[in-house]
Design a protein around this ligand. Sequence first.
Ligand code: PRX
Length: 625
Amino acid sequence: MSEAIAPNEETVNKAWVADWQKIEDEARKDPLAYWAERAAELEWSEPWDQVLDDSNKPFFKWFTGGKTNIVTNAVDRHLKDSRKNKLALIWESEDGKDKRTFSFFALSREVEKMANVLRAMGVVKGDRVTIYLPRIPEVVFAMLACAKIGAVHSVIFAGFSADALSSRIDDSESRVVITADGSWINGSVFPLKQIVDEAVRFSPTVENVIVVRRTGTEITMDPTRDHWYEDLTALPIARGKCPTEQLDAEDPLFILYTSGSTGRPKAILHTHGGYMVGTYTTLKYTFDIHDDDRFWCTADPGWITGHSYLVYGPLLTGATTFLYEGGPTYPYPDRWWQLVEDYGITTFYTAPTAIRALMRFGDAWVNRHDLSSLRLLGTVGEPINPEAWHWFYDVVGKGVAPVMDTWWQTETGMFQIAGVPAMPQKPGSAGRPVFGQEAEIVNDKGEVVPDGTEGLLVLKNPWPAMMRTLYNDDERYVQTYWSTYPGRYLTGDAAKRDSDGYFWIIGRTDDVIKVSGHRLGTAEVESAIASHPAVAETAAIGLPHEVKGNAIHAYVILAPHLTGSRELVEEIRLHVAQHLSPIAKPDEINFVESLPKTRSGKIMRRVLRAEALGEDVGDLSTLDD
Ligand code: PRX
């Protein structure tokens, strides 16, 4: 484990939290007082009675009795102070030809328009709305508009297939879907609306589809169901004021589907009050957000990172958030650095996969740009190897911008293990539990293991932005997260703690695979592969990959009388892209005669993994054959 790097003086002088040991100590002694103080920095139309109600564990409630709305604090509050005319959102298109900027005032008007439209469609508090949009400003408007009127947004990453979209729409029983005619991906159009058409063909609940014009692609509009967003906003009904509904702190804000180790994707439920306090506090302290910051989180709003630290967190702190439509390497591998330079980005948050990919193109692409505006860097989604860390720190951050590695999950809503810039940094470690949190490394009996020993990462304290349950599945919530070691939250990750109290994340211990930081379950990948007519049975595993962290390898038993070929491999890969998502395409497909199974018929993926890596396959006593 490498040496710690001391933070530079300028960073510490500016930081909200310089004396971090003191705050850490105080928050450890009284986490609820710590959270109550942070919540009091925000606006509530009625104060809370209780900071934490833990009378029905693990169904924790935060700030009960309190009334607010995340939009009151992310938008409305700034209209009353000097931030009214400050830029809230800056956007640039993939081709660089379109740029749009919104002050907090302008953002508020856009959100009101979208909220009025939703209201006119009969969307009321508690209704779910599916958002399937590219990285354009309307995705931010749509999320905030739902929140404003108390509707529950369900954002689906606009790279998911019709099958995946359809099952998520049905599960959430959305009445409205918000999409675009298409999205730009590396200069080509991805047919979003066509995918929505396919997805909602058999959806009984969808009454209206709102279509934002983005690519100008010709699409079919169903006159009884589909509406151009620009036509709707031209109606008088869209123009008026739309008050922000004051909600109970525990009212749901959104659901977000994520992959688990078994079965169908689960919908993580987050609420207004606690999520607001948690994302606001963690962004403010870890990224040390000040009013002059321009924060760029490269994640897609379709993932939790986009929810918490592209949309809500920055706006809650009153920072300017930057949204870019495209990816890092199109048309050239300096696209991101050009944007950092053009917009004077101060704080830049991305994934190790992107760093590794860009690193391969060499330093010259970075060095041709003036990146002196950058003062803080951050990473998320998967462990960062020290080599990538140093490249990010030295070449991008010029050895002055600290790298904040942040460990957290869709479920946790906010950072759980992450430093603040005044702490010494250790390349490859995610840092320490956030203030108010405590984490442990335990063995399979739940006993805490000595420092330096690998074990399972568990969280000890409840935290405001924690998921409240799995939507419509309380039992699975209790089972998955709280029943292995009652009283402690099971993360699903393996990790180590060092003697300085820093945590080193190793990776998932279950059948969840992180591919380029994206979370996929072996079960959903396998079911996409198995839906190909040539496939009789299949198993998918993740194996280490230099850039993507992990890559999917699939083992396929073909239907009787079929033989494998290179064409069939390509066909199955394409099939997975179309039926789940291009991010789930296996890197390799091996045709096999049989799969290792237990006597009860469960596939032993661990055996496949060990064999592929040339490692000891371990205990085979449960193997069937
Ligand atoms: O395995 C951990 C990994 O990502 C998982 C959570 O995935 P998801 O819900 O998609 O959320 C990702 C973004 C918050 C975790 O269980 N992970 C996340 N951040 C890190 C990480 N692994 C190592 N280091 C991190 N900083």
